[in-house]
Ligand binder design. Structure first.
Ligand SMILES: Cc1cc2nc3c(=O)[nH]c(=O)nc-3n(C[C@H](O)[C@H](O)[C@H](O)COP(=O)(O)OP(=O)(O)OC[C@H]3O[C@@H](n4cnc5c(N)ncnc54)[C@H](O)[C@@H]3O)c2cc1C
Length: 527
């Protein structure tokens, strides 16, 4: 059997007819024009690591993949500074690349990182409306350059050639853009940016990405809910902390299955390397240690940032509000390092090594809170599916099966608690455990990131996971809810659900891509 480059962890992929790897905007224009003439649809991706949402797989069969990862320049590299905190990036720029660039050239700046692999893109993630540690990535991106399905280049916001008598930058010349191009996010008139997020109207070839000055003081907070029955009250209390700007990051509230899964491989690695345990013993100790260290069902992680005095005052207020409801732990890099040294020295005691192992596993995850991308979450999956030899970017090559089913929810603690309980029951009836993180993303809404794990090499497992995902979606819809981000294999269900809305989207498609050449069926009707 010939491997399909679109095979991915969801266990669902469409056959593709080939793959192109353009290196410039002009290459992309040529590809689109040729595809339009030939009537061959294209499916663009930035780095193609859309794990759990369909990877590189198009929605419909017969597309040619357009791999944009060679377009990986930071176009304004020499202009980025604390006073100009915007990177103009191409789709192939990865989290690791931007992080390393900033460390070298402007270490005072960071950016909103996600928990996915270091080699994932920034633009592809934002265009699929991914969520970073500090908020939705969509809010970090403006000023797009897009090659539409007509082969024309369009610009959003105030981007584009300064000379308004020409439609595109002359190739092989330095780009001459006006002073507002990289600074004013909105432009004038209707904001068309939104059409290119979770859309299929064009191929985005560059965009402005907001960078964030590192705050003088930044600590991570872990809040462990004491009584599972209080989940609703806990969510409401955390929502108020967010609205009152006391917690500045997205607040992630993970269930035990999720927290344990995130820490397991790091802890096993510690027991094996630092204590010299054989794999079976290391695993047994890690399981025991997790029960000791994270005994509760729900733990929330967030960040508090500001000046030292602001952070101190915020922490006092958080602790006051959480009294009796949750155990509050404050973590910062030096504290973790100090505690690790101490507990590591005590590793001959069960308690000492349990804590040292937990701290070793927490370290990279804590780094996310301070803007350092990490492969830790993906490495956990590779380890779990016996594929430690693969890199994080190769997860799709492992037997790991993963589908996301991620509802948007109103910020109403009791409703969220009820919905989650019902979803867990449905999953249980399919023999699935749900891995859940509830993320308080905005002042009024949250999203739940829920995944099902399965062995992709067992057909029955794949079928069961997808049947379970469909049942979960059916329940959400019966409650009047919807997912906030969809897998490639869900698109037909998405557009069937609200025909009037998707008819409008289809009509817009006819303006930007009349031949339906770009990613047909992606967040749009297939026709
Ligand atoms: C353990 C784990 C943790 C994860 N953590 C997170 C997380 O914290 N936050 C999060 O958001 N996701 C997360 N993910 C999901 C996923 O891995 C990331 O969202 C990842 O960034 C998406 O892959 P990518 O950046 O390569 O995007 P791509 O796969 O390149 O793009 C995604 C889709 O957007 C469209 N697209 C991409 N680029 C373009 C373009 N230039 N023009 C037009 N359309 C385009 C395509 O349809 C493409 O399929 C996680 C997954 C796992 C398994």
């Amino acid at each position: 059997m010939i491997d399909n480059p679109a095979d991915n962890v969801t266990g669902s992929s469409q056959p593709v007819t080939g793959i192109d790897t353009p290196a410039s905007v002009q290459d992309v224009v040529r590809l689109v024009r040729a595809a339009r003439t030939a009537g061959t649809p294209l499916y663009p991706f930035s780095t193609g690591l859309n794990f759990g949402y369909g990877g590189k797989s198009p929605v419909l069969p017969g597309c040619r993949l357009v791999d944009l990862s060679r377009m990986n320049r930071i176009l304004n590299a020499d202009q980025i500074s604390l006073d100009n905190p915007v990177a103009v990036i191409e789709p192939g720029v990865t989290q690791a690349q931007l992080h390393e660039f900033l460390q070298r050239h402007c270490p005072e700046l960071g950016f909103n990182v996600t928990g996915s692999a270091r080699t994932t893109s920034i633009l592809g993630n934002a265009l699929d409306r991914g969520v970073g540690y500090f908020g939705p990535r969509r809010e970090d991106v403006f000023g797009l350059e897009v090659v539409c399905g007509t082969g024309e280049i369009i610009y959003t916001g105030f981007r584009g050639p300064r000379d308004k008598t020409v439609c595109e930058f002359p190739p092989d010349h330095p780009r001459d853009e006006g002073p507002l191009a990289h600074s004013h996010p909105y432009g004038l008139g209707p904001m068309v940016d939104g059409l290119f997020f979770q859309g299929n109207f064009g191929i985005v070839t560059s965009a402005c990405f907001r960078l964030v000055p590192k705050p003088p003081c930044q600590v991570a907070l872990s809040l462990a809910l004491r009584d599972e029955a209080d989940l609703g009250v806990f969510i409401d209390a955390l929502a108020r902390l967010k609205r009152d700007n006391l917690i500045t990051s997205v607040t992630h509230i993970g269930n035990q299955a999720r927290s344990h899964a995130s820490l397991m491989s790091g802890m096993v690695a510690y027991f094996e390397s630092a204590c010299g345990f054989a794999p079976a013993r290391a695993r047994a100790e890690a399981e025991q240690a997790l029960r000791l260290i994270a005994p509760g069902e729900w733990t929330s992680l967030g960040a508090v940032t500001g000046t030292r005095a602001q952070v101190r005052a915020c922490l006092d207020e958080v602790k006051r509000r959480m009294r009796g409801l949750a155990r509050v732990k404050v973590m910062h890099t030096e504290l973790i390092e100090r505690a690790y040294k101490l507990t590591h020295a005590l590793r001959f005691l069960r308690f000492g090594r349990a804590n040292a192992a937990a701290l070793a596993a927490i370290r990279p995850l804590h780094n996310l809170a301070i803007g350092v991308p990490t492969d830790a979450a993906i490495d956990n999956l590779l380890w779990r599916f016996g594929a430690d030899g693969l890199t994080a970017g190769e997860l799709d090559k492992s037997r790991c099966g993963l589908v996301f089913i991620n509802p948007a929810l109103p910020l109403d603690g009791q409703l969220v608690r009820r919905i989650i309980a019902a979803l867990k029951d449905i999953a249980r009836s399919y023999g699935h455990e749900l891995y859940i993180t509830v993320n308080i993303e905005t002042a009024t809404s949250l999203v739940a990131v829920i995944n099902l794990l399965f062995d992709r090499e067992v057909d029955a497992e794949v079928e069961k996971a997808h049947a379970c995902a469909r049942a979960l979606l059916a329940h959400l819809r019966a409650e009047g809810l919807e997912v906030y981000r969809a897998r490639a294999d869900m698109m037909a269900e998405i557009v069937a659900h609200d025909p009037a809305k998707w008819e409008v989207v289809r009509r817009l498609k006819q303006t930007f891509d009349p031949a339906n050449i770009i990613a047909p069926g992606r967040y749009n009707r297939p026709d």
